[in-house]
Design a protein. Structure first.
Length: 330
């Protein structure tokens, strides 16, 4: 049996510690990331499985009275908000293993290319899609996470069926934007898949001019009521995306009301002798040592919550414009 000698120089190129923080920042803090619209709380430590939101946010109230010997109960300072009571962020882990032929690493190095660049791009793209899909649609979502924005909106009837008059469905008094405003929130952004872009470009005012395109020089400006529109890559066939085109056309809301936390124990290592098994079929996919490969194993953990989602009073900072004229059932 031949002895395999692993090219340590090629493998070391994948373990540059300076590049690891860049992955997390691209996933959550990039301007094009929907997560940048949300509220990021402090990172969870390695030992934390749950983060209590009330402990992380400032709470201010008027102090009632002044404490005295006769009335020691007066002048008590507020401790927490009832709106955030029992609202917790539950941690869940997201992981991937990327198998890489040693030959590919050597070729990249000989060509003067950083083998990490393309791998990092794929990790960012797929991690972002999984995280956002779990938060927006829950397909799938970790067992410890709360129900998604879409599932919560359906359960609380914060749904507007898309009609033949798209302008009214979005902007009208009974439209999806008004649905959020009725609950006392200022919607600050709109999320959608790519299929609705053509419908938006075709919308015209009473003067016949396109509503969402000002000139050929500036191109299409997708804003509604000064709210930016973020178009999310759709999940079609085997291509991983975050948006479910069959469920929603738009989701409108106050995205700052979603709060999330990233765990600080980002894991990053290279496997050289492992056997990789398909989690569904349980069949062996790669035997690294036999196939002259290494594998990059990456894992991160995070959690999120919508603390002001209140089913008891039917209040939600979000509303959904459906993908068809029907109303989905919870």
């Amino acid at each position: 049996m031949a002895v395999r000698i692993v090219d340590q120089e090629a493998v070391q190129a994948l373990l540059d510690e300076d590049k690891i923080p860049g992955i997390i920042e691209q996933i959550v803090d990039d301007d094009s990331s929907v997560l940048s619209l949300m509220t990021r709380l402090r990172d969870m430590t390695q030992d934390e499985q749950v983060l209590t939101i009330a402990n992380e946010l400032p709470h201010v109230e008027w102090v009632d009275g002044v404490a005295s010997r006769d009335n020691p109960g007066q002048g008590m300072k507020p401790l927490s908000s009832a709106s955030w009571a029992n609202k917790k962020i539950h941690r869940a882990e997201l992981a991937t293993i990327v198998p890489i032929p040693i030959k590919s690493l050597k070729q990249a190095q000989r060509a003067g290319r950083d083998p990490f660049v393309s791998i990092q791009r794929d990790i960012v793209q797929y991690s972002y899609a999984h995280i956002l899909n779990a938060m927006l649609f829950g397909n799938p979502r970790p067992a410890t996470w709360r129900t998604s924005v879409y599932e919560t909106a359906v359960a609380m009837n914060k749904i507007v069926p898309i009609g033949s008059d798209l302008y009214a469905s979005i902007m009208g008094v009974d439209g999806v934007i008004a649905k959020v405003e009725e609950d006392g929130f200022f919607p600050d952004a709109i999320l959608s898949g790519v299929k609705i872009r053509s419908k938006l470009r075709d919308l015209r005012g009473t003067d016949g001019h396109p509503i969402f395109k000002s000139s050929m020089q500036t191109g299409s400006s997708y804003e509604l009521e000064s709210m930016p529109m973020h178009f999310v890559r759709s999940q079609i066939g085997a291509r991983k995306g975050a948006w479910e085109e069959e469920q929603a056309s738009l989701i409108v809301g106050d995205w700052s009301q979603i709060m999330y936390s990233i765990a600080d124990d980002f894991q990053w290592d290279v496997l050289t002798e492992a056997t990789l098994i398909d989690t569904q079929t349980r069949e062996i996919v790669f035997a690294l040592a036999q196939q002259n490969m290494v594998a990059l194993r990456v894992s991160m953990a995070m959690g999120w919550e919508m603390p002001l989602a209140d089913p008891d009073h039917n209040i939600l900072p979000f509303a959904v414009l459906t993908a068809n004229g029907g109303v989905p059932t919870p």
